[in-house]
Write a protein that binds this ligand. Structure first.
Ligand code: PLP
Length: 377
């Protein structure tokens, strides 16, 4: 049988062009191809993130978790009060990270499959008084719940707090307007909707967030994640000047330029403008196509309301009489899907990723539905 189709919520299938870009002997970190790819990638990140010209993109070796850590380490000091909007496993990870930094963490949580209402978040921000930052997971990969970042970014601004969004399962597949929404940090990992192999953390910081780092009292505990170390290197790379702080994952940097380029080159789709809006609309269309199929198979989503359903993945409850062995039966039909992750409902559902390259391949979507249909029969 041909290699299995990887339909988990990251890592995902990658395009032939992305694969070709990194399939080369490791280039030096100051070689011309890497400097050019880094320069182009930093500019393209601002476009994909819809960020302002004075925002700072960071590209570094690591994963989505490293990117979360970078945001927390730079912005939060001991005793800072922060609010975390919790929609599942990855929001709870963010809260744990913040507690390790001795922040006072107020968590606003919802039942699995639901999201807190903006009014609850506003009340939490008021309760803590002088909040330093609001953290939210755009799409929580453990539940498939997507929050609406617009009221959250607005509330943070109104209360004088920074807004930080974990976009690890969203960036490139859900719309995000970093500049227009006045958000402060939007971060991801390379292996999700950006469409690369795992290995890069990607983060864009607003000028306001950078200023908070520059004016903090305590040094950043993690030298390897300190924006003050990284920012001069990122600026140098953007101007194609050699600079070194820590070795970037050079092969992946070559792929990053291509992966971001593919998103920006997405042809206009269903009336949405070419580029990011078209890619997001295409990912939404892939989600709809799969969900029609899931519904016909009697698979109900974990998210409790229509507007909470993410474009990038589906979390699906096992129908009566079906258990976790379904995932293995789907794998036996050549398609890899993921089991449950949220500790409270882990054995009650499974997850299917539909983002990045696969969202543009209706044959991938059809193969996935077919494998699930046969595995259920
Ligand atoms: C996958 C994921 C992470 C963790 O990313 P890693 O690359 O596994 O470290 C964090 N947040 C969200 C929302 C994710 O989907």
């Amino acid at each position: 049988m041909s290699s299995p189709l990887l339909m988990i919520p990251g890592p995902i299938e990658i395009s032939p062009a992305v694969r070709a870009a990194y399939s080369t002997p490791p280039p030096g970190h100051l070689s011309k191809p890497v400097m050019e790819a880094m320069s182009a990638s930093l500019a393209r990140m601002r476009e994909v993130w819809r960020a302002s010209a004075d925002s700072q993109p960071f590209v570094f070796a690591g994963s989505g978790t490293t990117a979360m850590d970078m945001a927390a380490q730079n912005l939060v000091e001991p005793g800072d009060r922060v609010v975390v909007v919790s929609t599942g496993y990855f929001s709870e990870r963010m809260a744990s990270m913040l507690r390790r930094l001795d922040a006072e963490v107020e968590v606003v949580a919802a039942a699995p499959g639901d999201a807190p209402a903006p009014a609850q978040v506003a009340a939490a921000l008021d309760r803590v008084g002088h909040p330093k930052a609001l953290f939210a997971t755009y799409v929580d990969t453990s539940t498939g719940v997507r929050v609406d970042p617009v009221p959250l970014a607005r509330l943070a601004r109104e209360k004088g707090a920074l807004s930080v969004f974990d976009g690890v399962c969203a960036t490139g597949g859900e719309s995000f307007e970093m500049a227009a929404w006045d958000a402060d940090v939007y971060l991801t990992g390379s292996q999700k909707a950006i469409g690369l192999p795992p290995g890069l953390g990607l983060l864009v910081a607003s000028p306001r967030a950078l200023h908070v780092r520059e004016t903090r009292r305590a040094p950043v505990g993690s030298m390897g994640l300190d924006w003050r170390e990284w920012q001069p290197v990122m600026r140098a790379y953007e101007e194609k000047r050699p600079a070194y702080f820590a070795t970037p994952a050079t092969n992946l940097v070559l792929a990053l330029e291509v992966g971001l380029g593919e998103i920006l080159a997405e042809p206009s789709f269903e009336g949405f403008a070419a580029g990011v809006p078209a890619r997001v609309a295409r990912t939404a269309a892939a989600a709809r196509q799969l969900r029609d199929g899931f519904g016909a198979l009697g698979l109900a989503p974990v998210p409790v309301r229509e507007e909470l359903l993410a474009n990038t993945l589906s979390a699906l409850r096992y129908p009566p009489g079906v258990d976790v062995s379904l995932v293995g039966r789907i794998a036996a039909r050549g398609v890899t899907v993921a089991g449950g992750l949220h500790p409270a409902i882990k054995d009650q559902y499974f997850r299917v990723g539909h983002m990045g390259y696969s969202a543009t391949r209706s044959d991938h979507l059809e193969r996935t539905l077919q494998a699930i249909r046969e595995a259920l029969a």
